[in-house]
Design a protein around this ligand. Structure first.
Ligand SMILES: [Zn+2]
Length: 152
C-alpha cells in the first residue's frame, strides 16, 4: 500500500501487513514526523496478503531448486573422500596381515615342540625365528633407549 507522510511531501510504499488491520503509528524517514496510519482497506489488505503468501512460496521453491546445486558442489569433494577411504583400507589390510602374521608366528612359536615332532625339517625355521625375535627385542629395546635417554 502507498502511505503519505503527514508533511504531504513524501509517499512511501509499505506492506499492508506492516500497518496491520488496526493501523499503527509510523515515522517519516525524511522529516521524522510521526502519525497514525490508518489500515489499508480490507480488500487491499487481502490482495497484498495473498501476494505476500505467493512470494513466500516462490522463495521456498527457489530454495528447493538451489539444493541440488549445493549437492553438486559437495560432490566435488567425493573423489578426495574416496582417496582417504582407499588409504584407510590399505592401512587396515596391512594391519590385518601384520596381526595375523604375529599371531601365526606366536602360535607356531608356542607350539614349536609339537610342530617340530611332526615336521623335524622346520628346525632351521624355528632357529631363524628365535634369532629374529631376539633381533626384534634388541631393536625395540634400542628404540626405547633412544626415546627415554634420561633413564640411563
Ligand atoms: Zn515527511
Amino acid at each position: 500500500m502507498i502511505i503519505e507522510c503527514a508533511c504531504k511531501k513524501y509517499k512511501f510504499a509499505v506492506k499492508a501487513e506492516e500497518i496491520g488491520i488496526n493501523g499503527r503509528v509510523v515515522q517519516c524517514g525524511v522529516c521524522d514526523q510521526k502519525w497514525f496510519q490508518e489500515p489499508a482497506s480490507s480488500e487491499e489488505f487481502k490482495v497484498l496478503r495473498e501476494n505476500h503468501i505467493k512470494e513466500e512460496e516462490e522463495k521456498k521453491v527457489k530454495a528447493k531448486n538451489q539444493k541440488p546445486i549445493k549437492e553438486k558442489s559437495s560432490k566435488n569433494y567425493i573423489p578426495i573422500k574416496y582417496e582417504n577411504k582407499s588409504k584407510t583400507n590399505y592401512n587396515k589390510i596391512f594391519l590385518t596381515i601384520l596381526v595375523i602374521s604375529i599371531i601365526g608366528i606366536a602360535f607356531s612359536f608356542e607350539n614349536r615342540e609339537y610342530i617340530l615332532s611332526k615336521n623335524p625339517e622346520l628346525a632351521d625355521f624355528f632357529i631363524l625365528l628365535e634369532e629374529f625375535v631376539e633381533y626384534l627385542k634388541k631393536y625395540y629395546s634400542d628404540i626405547i633407549e633412544v626415546f627415554i635417554p634420561q633413564k640411563k
